[in-house]
Design a protein around this ligand. Sequence first.
Ligand code: PMP
Length: 377
Amino acid sequence: MINFDNAATSKLDEAVKEKYISYLNMDLLNPSSPHLGGYNVFKMLAEARFDTLKLLNLENTHQLIFTSGATEANNLAIQGVVLKYRNRGKHLITTSIEHPSVLNVFRHLEKDLGFEVSYLSPNEEGIITLEELKKHVKKETFFVSIMAINNETGAINPIEEMATFLKNFPTIFFHVDIAQAIGHLNLDYSHVDLLSFSAHKIHGLKGSGALIYRKNTTFSPLFYGGEQEASFRSGTEDVEKDLLLPLTIENVFHSFSKEHNRIKEMHDALYDGLVKLDRYIKLNSSKDGSSFIINFSLKKLRASVLVEALSNRGIYVSTSSACSAKKSKMSYVIYAMFKDTFRAENSIRLSLGYDNKVEDIDIFLNTLKELLERLSL
Ligand code: PMP
């Protein structure tokens, strides 16, 4: 089997798996309990929080809420802050190519709660430029959410430049969804106010992630209860998963420093091989995007036909993103870039992971060529 669908989820790290089992065997108590057993777990969680922040160089400026993943972190960051600070203004900014866990929150704030939302457009490389952001910031703007790397195309947005620019507007919160960037790109997040990610995209456990926020930010909670996580996220903590977050990040950072050149070489070989198939496909990603994601559209064939044919040969790829692939035939990300319905309906995403092998590339390209020649007749 060749898995080129690593952006949907990634293989669990062996060390994380082992440690998870050892935590389960420890019968950890409730960190809110008033006795020593509870306090010990509370302390372990505080250390995991600090270690996670330290790995991102944010331990002096930011704090962390453990969540069930990026979807919850995105919801809490956007709804939680926008509702809490609604007296600051009425205008919000996001992009038309965000993950649904961001885009649908803004649609709700716009349609149901009367906020004005600007949806920034990507250029033909899928990038949201700093100029595009500058055009839309106005006096009433108080919240901006822009992803670091797009999950369908791998386009990298200029987050550091945007954060520096937004520093000129001290009443604006800047949120960045780093679900596809963490462990895949080195970025300085010190000027970003809110960051969301999921552990399972970086070889950690599903149902685990975090929202990192600048110190002293407060939130309107998504749900009320026992006031865990600084009262912003009630409910008994998923202690074992939360404790594993620093190890997960440490290990993916290690993979990044050791293996990134190899991934980049594989990515470039894949890209060059796809360029040669231009009779059948159009590339939707640029070569200098993320080394982990390449997107292309079929010129004549339906994407679903190719995904199934590849799957029958043991090669797993995706149409658009896993979250949208089953629901809509059209990728709104590819549509936003090219305004071409057939291209948006027939896009394929290849996403690499640290466990892919160099040999996979030739096998994939040869199989793809053979299928395209046969099926496109
Ligand atoms: N943001 C981005 C950019 C993603 O790729 C994903 C996962 N597809 C999410 C958010 C949501 O992550 P999860 O499903 O783990 O909550």
